[in-house]
Design a protein around this ligand. Structure first.
Ligand code: GLN
Length: 466
């Protein structure tokens, strides 16, 4: 039996299943689908013990909102006493010393944590092919990638290996794989959810978010995880806003609609959706967004700069892997990092070090910060008049494993998703259409800052209209 949503779990509990029997059925299913390589580790014993505790609470009438639900977490989210590696050799053997706040809030509502999920190394990638544990296969077509970097999280939610999963989104890592696995993937507003306990890639972009099989679930889970946390000074104390006025107007961006890289069927689907929404009474306003060409470069200058700084802590001394060859401190650093990091991560550390270096700082890093401001301003302007920006999530559908070897080609996969991370806005990818090649693709809605609940509800309405 596969349970895909929280309401299915609640139904199962009503009809006599227990948290334990539900957990056991997920464990069985995870093992059946091992070929997908979505799970790096199953927390079998712990999950069963947690399930028994939850059953006691259910019997006592003291169970939380997520009783019976099972979550699986991306391998960059800390869970005390469990291993976490960001799918990197450099964190080999490392065990979390504390639990991420976002996850703790779910646990406080009695969620059961069933295991950790494969991802691109340090969340850098768009296909889940940079993981030290090997690639994840797309459950809808195993010759294809699931997208990345949260590929394992997308597949786990899509294949019913958990009730919902957690991923992280720095440049699209939740929304892009959601688009390719027919799941809902939500990147909350920057600051909505604490980053405490999330292994940092690019701190001014990173957000934790859910993969679900319903919008209701995305809403509930995000709400539970959200809110101020004294351990993350960038977390916001803004209320979970539930009373945002709808304007009845949606924005589309000409440069996105007519982007030459956009697959023809995705483009047609976009235009036919616009027509349908007009018929349903929405006014659609087309804007020009003059920074289209700057999005991917701005993202890669700033995110690599932040990564080069964040990843400096992995030195073979403080955490995880240490080279056995090294003699002396200096060599321990160099050899451990050389052996511990994969090719893509090294590429980004070097790019980030370069853009921050004396003599190039103003030309790259400072410039990119200025462009980020312009992108933010223009986004605010559009979202002052409109409820959301409607756009594709991905230029096309999932590609074959090993199909893309050129890093620049890979970076261009993020063309429609990095906008929300550069600007910080909440953005959702929801399942939308099936391509004539048989693969799914999603549609994206991006709203004003802290309109997280609003955009999820808007999506519900739009889903009904379509
Ligand atoms: N694909 C993007 C990158 O490689 C996004 C990654 C992410 O969101 N973590 O940086």
């Amino acid at each position: 039996m596969a349970y895909g949503t929280i309401s299915e779990i609640r139904e199962a509990l009503r009809s006599g299943e227990s948290a334990l029997s539900i957990t056991e059925s997920y464990l069985k299913r995870i093992k059946e689908f091992q070929n997908l390589n979505a799970f790096i580790e199953i927390f079998e014993k712990d999950a069963l013990r947690q399930a028994k505790d939850v059953d006691v609470k259910i019997a006592n009438g003291t169970a939380g909102q997520l009783a019976g639900c099972v979550v699986a977490i991306k391998d960059n989210i800390c869970f005390k006493g469990h291993r976490v590696t960001a799918s990197s050799k450099i964190l080999d053997g490392f065990e979390s010393l504390f639990t991420a706040t976002a996850l703790q809030r779910l646990i406080d509502q009695d969620v059961i944590v069933i295991g950790r999920l494969n991802c691109d190394e340090f969340a850098m990638g768009s296909s889940n092919e940079t993981s030290v544990y090997g690639p994840v296969k797309n459950n809808l077509d195993t010759s294809k990638v699931p997208g990345g970097s949260s590929g394992g999280s997308a597949v786990a939610a899509s294949a019913g290996l958990c009730t919902f999963s957690l991923g992280s989104d720095t440049g699209g890592s939740i929304r892009q794989p959601a688009s390719w696995t027919k799941t809902y993937g939500f990147k909350p507003t920057y600051g909505r959810i604490s980053r405490y306990g999330l292994i940092a890639y690019a701190s001014s972009f990173d957000q934790i978010g859910p993969f679900t099989n319903s919008l209701e679930d995305a809403e509930l889970i995000t709400e539970i995880m959200s809110g101020k946390d004294e351990f993350d000074s960038t977390s916001s104390s803004r209320e979970w806003e539930t009373n945002v006025q709808e304007k009845g107007q949606l924005a589309v961006i000409s440069e996105y609609l007519h982007h030459p890289g956009l697959d023809n069927e995705v483009k047609e689907a976009l235009f036919s959706t616009i027509e349908k929404l007009k018929k349903a009474g929405y006014s659609i306003k087309e804007y020009s967004f003059p920074f289209m060409e700057q999005l991917v470069p701005t993202y890669y200058v700033l995110s690599t700069a932040e990564a080069s700084s964040n990843l400096a802590r992995f030195d073979g001394v403080h955490y995880g892997y240490r080279s056995t060859e090294a003699k002396g401190v200096e060599e321990t650093y160099t050899k451990s990092r050389t052996e511990g990091f994969g090719k893509e991560v090294k590429r980004r550390i070097m790019a980030g070090t370069f853009v921050l270096s004396h003599g190039y700082y103003d030309a790259y890093y400072a410039k990119a910060q200025q462009v980020r401001r312009l992108i933010k301003n223009k986004t605010i302007e559009i979202l002052t008049d409109c409820d959301a920006i409607l756009m594709p999530t991905t230029p096309g559908t999932a590609f074959a494993l090993n199909a893309i070897s050129d890093p620049i080609q890979m970076y261009l996969q993020d063309i429609f998703t990095v906008h929300a991370n550069i600007a910080g806005n909440p953005a959702l990818s929801m399942p939308w259409k099936t391509h004539s090649n048989g693969l799914p693709f999603g549609i994206q809605l991006m709203a004003a800052d802290f309109n997280d609940q609003f955009v999820l509800n808007l999506a519900k309405k739009i889903e009904k209209q379509l």
